[in-house]
Structure formats: C-alpha cells, structure tokens
Design a protein around this ligand. Structure first.
Ligand code: ZN
Length: 131
C-alpha cells in the first residue's frame, strides 16, 4: 500500500514536471540584454546604501569605507557604461518599430495605407478592418 502511494506520488511529480516544462518552453520571454545589468546596478546602489549606513553606525573604518566605496563606484561605472553601449541599439529598434507601425486612429488604413478625413471602421479602399 505504501509502495503504491509512493509510486503514485512519483508519477505525479513526473507529470507535474512535464506539464510545467511544456508550459515554460514556448513562453520563454525575450530577455532584455540590459536586464541583468539593471539588476546589477540596483544591487550596487543597495550595497552603497548599506555601506554608508554601516559607516555611519561606526562599523567601518574610514579606510575600509573609502576603499569599498571606490570599488563599488568603479563597478557601477562599468555597469552603467555597459548599459549605455547596449541601449542605443534598443532605443533605435523601438523607434523603428514605432515608425513602421503608426498608431491606429481609424483614419489611416493599416493594410493599404489609404488615408481618410474621418475615422472609419473599414477601409474605403481595400475594405479591410481599420483597427
Ligand atoms: Zn485599406
């Protein structure tokens, strides 16, 4: 009996793993190339804050404080520079996407590009839905 329960539990966990995996694989989101850098930046800011806090409490010597602070600031500068080098490409892509896809206002057909003085539900030129 105990064996049967154990088998059921094992099968259950295998099934669950398969279900979870099956769900996860197709939905892998496109991670922003700067996501981990942003995370690192936040972490460094937190470390700097903690460092200052501990220094004010007198837990650190001037020397330790200055040394750690400079190390963190140097790392922060590196992370910020990396974000800067990655972001222009992203910003350009976003601008390009925005330009190629004008906001649907019902006046310009997204299919054939015909323009109308009034907002329409269906294009007067190609007959497709304007939204
Ligand atoms: Zn049209």
């Amino acid at each position: 009996m105990v064996f049967a329960v154990a088998v059921l539990l094992a099968l259950g966990s295998i099934a669950l793993t398969l279900i979870v995996r099956g769900k996860d694989v197709p939905e892998t989101p496109a991670v922003s190339p700067t996501a981990h850098l942003e995370q690192r930046k936040v972490q460094i800011y937190e470390n700097l804050r903690d460092l200052q806090f501990e220094y004010r409490l007198g837990k650190l010597s001037d020397e330790d404080y200055q040394k750690t602070k400079v190390d963190l600031q140097r790392e922060l500068a590196k992370v910020l520079a990396e974000i800067d080098t990655l972001q222009p490409a992203q910003a350009k892509a976003a601008v390009a996407a925005a330009e190629s896809k004008p906001k649907p206002d019902g006046k310009t057909c997204p299919h054939c590009g015909a323009k109308f003085p009034l907002a329409l539900k269906f294009c007067g030129a190609c007959g497709k839905a304007m939204a």
